[in-house]
Design a protein around this ligand. Structure first.
Ligand code: HAM
Length: 422
């Protein structure tokens, strides 16, 4: 294809035409379900203080090390395009004094996020996420409820073959002790590790479990797992969460290697996958508990749990499964007109059709009836409304039923009721 003068930035994309149908149906489902469960919508700025993310997400994470879009303002502030939503929500929770409201505070968001990643299938530099966060409740029932709410969103969108992986990565106490055990093990296997994992051993050993390098897989399989090293509190929190998930009959499995790529998690972590038609596993979203983040970012100690999903990934899965019905072309009425007066009457009639929720297609800018009728037959509308010169002066319209071939002239103010009758 010939290069145009301007192109979209690498890794970014337009959401146009058919894709908007998927996009909008995801947004309205998220809004409907979140509202039902008592979540309020939160919109935060696209730009935040860079340190919010460095501190929140963790300095030794992929996001902080290489994926942030940062800029220096004319005033000298260092800002970052938000790579994720949780740190912003927590910043707002602290800054607007949400701790003084009845707890827990339940919030959801939908919007664009930015990560300077290597573009590949399902991985963009600007992508959309929706997320839900519950702040101010430590009960494991909330962990299970969040998992269930996002599962409901996916099943309301009619997605099938969803699987959920869960794990617990413990709290400060048990994780620090476990890290020492893990580092000792990794050091003993150092010669078998990839160069990234050698570095991770020093900087952020848990991240070793994210490594996809074939070299490290055998070491991973044999590695001591956090789930076998939980303290009593974390163990019982995890056990309770799983029991609630069992009660909900959700399709989950425990993955002892699941650690997630952000540093703020404690206890429960989870990820959702869907199997594509090529049989591949696509990560749709994930989340977990983050009981230390509010304090870390300057607030009071506040337990919290949440999840976020990639909207493009969900769109991809929906397309894969052919999931959008929308109004069928056949259900759309075609409105043809000839002449200035007929165009004027058509504008008014379209308003009545819209209010009656009858989808209509027209070619108001065209004059030739033949062109308009060709378009109507391409769409395959059951009804064609025609307002010619004569009908326009007589305040009437011809309604043609393309299935039976019958046509009749009716008063303009009776068109809607006539079409509704079918
Ligand atoms: P995350 O796993 O980094 O979690 O992102 C959640 C989802 O966003 C991913 O599973 C994926 O579907 C989508 N996503 C991430 N990066 C990209 C990308 N470059 N292109 C397309 N989609 C992408 C978080 O962001 C956490 N804030 C989730 C959370 C909320 N934890 C607690 N509360």
């Amino acid at each position: 294809m010939k290069k145009t003068k301007f192109q979209k930035p690498t890794g970014m994309h337009d959401i146009i035409f058919g894709d908007q149908k998927y996009f909008q149906s995801i947004i309205s489902t998220v809004e409907g379900v979140s509202d039902y469960y008592g979540f309020s919508k939160i919109d935060t700025p696209i730009l935040e203080d860079e340190d919010l993310f460095l501190k929140g997400v963790g300095e030794a994470t992929d996001i902080s090390e290489k994926e942030m879009y940062t800029l220096k303002t004319k005033g000298g502030d260092r800002l970052a395009l938000r790579p994720e939503g949780t740190a912003s929500v927590v910043r707002s929770y602290i800054e607007s004094g949400m701790a003084n409201r009845p707890q827990p505070v339940k919030l959801y968001y939908i919007g664009p996020f930015f990560r300077h990643e290597r573009p590949q299938a399902g991985r963009y530099r600007q992508f959309y996420q929706f997320g839900l966060e519950v702040l101010g409740d430590s009960n494991p029932v909330i962990d299970a409820q969040i998992i269930n709410i996002v599962y409901s969103i996916l099943t309301d969108l009619k997605l099938k073959n969803i699987s959920i992986e869960v794990n617990s990565i413990g709290d400060k106490e048990c994780r620090n002790a476990y890290k020492k055990t893990l580092v000792k093990y990794l050091k003993s296997k150092s010669s078998l590790l990839c160069s990234d994992c050698k570095r991770r051993t020093k900087e952020n050993p848990l991240r070793f479990f994210d490594c996809k390098d074939p070299k490290c897989q055998a070491v991973k399989a044999e590695a001591p797992k956090i789930i076998d090293n939980l303290c009593e509190d974390c163990h019982s929190h995890f056990k309770q969460t799983l029991e609630y998930l069992d009660g909900l009959e959700l399709p989950y499995q425990i993955n002892p290697c699941l650690v997630r790529g952000l540093d703020y998690y404690t206890k429960t972590v989870f990820e959702f996958f869907v199997t594509t038609k090529e049989g591949k596993s696509l990560a749709l979203g994930g989340g977990g508990r983050y009981d230390y983040l509010v304090k870390l970012l300057g607030g009071k100690e506040t337990p919290a749990v949440g999840a976020a999903f990639g909207i493009e990934r969900i769109m991809q899965a929906m397309k894969d499964m052919n999931l959008i019905d929308g109004p069928k072309s056949k259900d759309k009425v075609f409105l043809a007109q000839i002449g200035i007066l007929a165009k004027s009457k058509s504008l008014v009639l379209i308003e009545s059709l819209r209010r009656a929720k009858i989808p209509v297609v027209e070619s108001l800018g065209k004059d030739a009836l033949k062109i308009q009728m060709t378009k109507a037959s391409r769409i395959g509308s059951k009804f064609i409304i025609i307002i010619g010169h004569k009908e326009a002066t007589e305040n009437s319209a011809i309604i043609k039923n393309m299935e039976t071939g019958r046509q009749e002239t009716v008063a303009l103010d009776k068109v809607v009721s006539k079409i509704k009758k079918g």
